[in-house]
Design a protein around this ligand. Structure first.
Ligand code: ZN
Length: 198
């Protein structure tokens, strides 16, 4: 895994880069939770589930199918008011899907553990990217704060935080309207923008 802090930052940075809308606290909470949720699979160790199993660490919870089901489920429950506005509804699904999948993508860039079961349950093989510059974060919190965490955070700062912050900043500059108006509205099914565009 990469650290939880970095997974959360990646979800926020990706959303800020890809979406020009303002989102409410509920969306940001869901985006951060989605970016960290896949690592809930570590509880499986306590129940005897092996790392390399389908439901083991970096298994099904890190797959494209999990991200799709999770994002559809969450948006259906939390944003049912957007059903009338399919474009807005699907854009929220897409953003939460990306927030969830960003987790597996970062894990596949780390230099330790087993790979990520991106295509589970159809293909249970574990995958890494050919380039793996990120120091893997220890699973245990104790190990993270024993000094190894500083090394992990340093590599994440270079290979995750800085590139994503740069892309986020460039997107913000390109999106800025003359006069400084953002033109964005809070995501709400009752917003004027949502009604006009959907
Ligand atoms: Zn993970």
């Amino acid at each position: 895994m990469a650290s939880a802090l970095t997974h959360a930052f990646a979800a926020v940075a990706l959303t800020k880069t890809l979406s020009c809308r303002k989102h409410d606290w509920r969306f940001w909470t869901l985006a951060v939770v989605s970016s960290i949720l896949p690592d809930a699979d570590v509880v499986g160790f306590a129940f005897g589930i092996e790392y390399g199993d389908l439901f083991g660490h970096r298994g099904f919870s890190h797959s494209f199918l999990f991200a799709a089901v999770w994002s559809l489920l969450v948006v259906s429950c939390e944003y049912s008011g957007f059903m009338k506005f399919p474009r807005r509804w699907w854009s929220l699904v897409g953003l939460l899907f990306l927030a969830t999948m960003s987790h597996g993508i970062l894990d596949a860039l780390t230099d330790g553990g087993l790979g990520v079961a991106f295509f589970a349950p159809f293909d249970t093989a574990r995958y890494f990217f050919p380039w793996r510059p990120i120091n893997v974060s220890p699973i245990g919190v104790g190990q993270f704060f024993s000094g190894q965490g500083a090394v992990v955070l340093a590599s994440e700062a270079v290979y995750v935080w800085l590139p994503l912050a740069a892309v986020w900043a460039v997107a913000g500059v390109l999106r800025r309207e003359p006069g400084g108006k953002s033109g964005a509205e809070i995501d709400s099914p009752n917003s004027r923008d949502g009604q006009q565009k959907s």
